[in-house]
Ligand binder design. Structure first.
Ligand code: COA
Length: 432
């Protein structure tokens, strides 16, 4: 059979394709905007055919209808990260959460978390029969490699990205042709507080640095203060529109990187349609799997690696919670610790955790004497490096417990400093 015949022989309708999923199967859904939304929704439409299908996913960007209360007999969520549509499933006990460093997830798929079915989106095949995973190579490619069965939604709107994110049609079992808009993530609105945080973070970034930036308003605010910098590089689990804009301005050119000079190394991306058009067939972007991109030893091979991520709470010793509020799991670990450790391996590297000093309209301090009971420590006090708020920068690495507490209190919201100073005196038996 030639490639066209092989391809055609695998085409099924969405309804036919989801019949390959069986009760009790473990199904991995492609990450973030790589989700094959049409196929996943078809699976949920056929929920009566299944009992106890385990759904494994990191950032959910589709409809996540499998996580609804009425689906509990049919689907069980096993999440590596929670979002607005999946949080309740875990709060309400019909789903669970698995803590794991992002770069180690593919290893789980080959060992303790074997996969029955991978649901992925790909671009149409090229003349050699290779389809691109487009926006999500991350754990999506390793999941397709590890799964017993691969169901791929071939979507003409999925950009064809370069690098390692390809699968050959011989390795796909079932093809569903369905074109749909790749989910978009609108540019976040940036508040004055976030702008101030961005400005403070930018003070720690020098010409020639290689950056990792997480998602959301703070990374975007940081990028706004980098327009006058030169020769920045990108080695990041993800990118969004802000990085594209700095690349187009010539600020990001990756010329000073030690690894993959001239290329932005990325495991997944999400943003607006403009970003998806920018990355299509663009040799400036090298999509790689998460086992490579987020491996701290790989990250550390770039000199002057600077990572910028966010958090929910930090205690006076520098223990950081970025994923939970007490016993309530809010999001996940993602690549935060991978990059903090990677930056520590990097000559001249720095890792930054940046967040507003307060939450809930100024009523709660994020800098606290103790993490809320039940909260997980995402970044340990031994790994933490820089903490940044709108009130300044606290460099914690190498500092004593007393000095860490002092530095953190100095960047806390002024309305909460008195309470923190009382805690300081109790803990260290001396005045602040
Ligand atoms: N106590 C109570 N509520 C808090 C809080 C705290 N300490 N900190 C934040 N909140 C609330 C906020 O007020 C907000 O609620 P609202 O929407 O009702 O106002 C909500 O929690 C989200 O907070 P916000 O600061 O807007 O979060 P964010 O969208 O900037 O995300 C993280 C921050 C930490 C949750 C997110 O970056 C994350 O999940 N990180 C972990 C993984 C990671 O770093 N990966 C690497 C990059 S992908």
């Amino acid at each position: 059979m030639d490639l066209k015949q092989i391809y055609n022989s695998k085409i099924k309708s969405g309804d036919e394709a989801v019949k390959f999923i069986k009760s009790g199967n473990r199904v991995v859904i492609a990450h973030a905007v790589g989700e094959p939304v049409y196929v996943v929704d078809k699976m949920v439409e056929h929920h009566k055919d299944y009992k106890d299908v385990e759904i494994v996913q990191l950032v959910p960007m589709g409809h996540s209808l499998y996580a609804k209360e009425e689906m509990k007999e049919h689907f069980r969520l096993n999440a590596f990260f929670l979002g607005g549509n999946t949080r309740n499933a875990v709060y309400e006990g019909r789903g669970d959460f698995t803590p794991c460093f992002f770069y180690q997830i593919p290893q789980l798929f080959r060992t303790s978390l074997p996969i029955d079915v991978a649901l992925v989106t790909v671009s149409p095949p090229d003349e050699n029969g290779f389809c691109s995973f487009g926006t999500s190579c991350d754990y999506t490619k390793p999941a397709a490699e590890a799964a017993k069965l691969v169901i791929a939604q071939v979507n003409k709107k999925m950009p064809r990205t370069l690098g390692d994110g390809f699968i050959h049609i011989n390795d796909i079992d079932v093809i569903v042709e369905h074109d749909e808009q790749v989910p978009e993530l609108p540019n976040p609105k940036i508040t004055d507080v976030e702008m101030k945080i961005g400005e403070n973070c930018a003070k720690l970034i020098n010409d020639g640095d290689t950056l990792q930036l997480g998602i959301g308003a703070i990374p975007d605010a940081v990028l706004k203060f980098l327009t006058h910098k030169k020769d920045l590089g990108i080695h990041s689990e993800m990118i969004s529109d802000g990085v594209m804009e700095l690349y187009e301005m010539g600020v990001i050119n990756c010329k000073k990187k030690n690894l993959h000079k001239g290329k932005m190394v990325v495991a997944f991306l999400m943003g607006t349609q403009k970003l998806y058009e920018f990355v299509h067939d663009n040799p400036a972007i090298s999509m790689m799997d998460i086992e490579y991109v987020n491996n701290p030893i790989v990250i550390g091979q770039n000199d002057n690696m600077v990572s910028v991520n966010s958090a929910l709470q930090v205690d006076l010793m520098g223990q950081v919670c970025a994923e939970a509020m007490g016993l309530k799991q809010f999001s996940g670990i993602g690549g935060q610790v991978d990059f903090i450790r990677g930056a520590a391996f990097s000559k001249g590297g720095k890792s930054i955790l940046a967040f507003p000093s307060t939450a809930k309209k100024g009523t709660i301090s994020k800098i606290v004497p103790f993490l809320t009971e039940g909260s997980a420590v995402t970044t340990s006090r031994t790994d933490v490096d820089y903490i940044v708020t709108e009130h300044g920068i606290a460099h914690l690495k190498g500092q004593t417990l007393k000095e860490r507490a002092r530095r953190l209190i100095n960047i806390a919201d002024p309305n909460f400093r008195d309470e923190l100073i009382i805690e300081f005196a109790k803990r260290f038996k001396e005045n602040f």
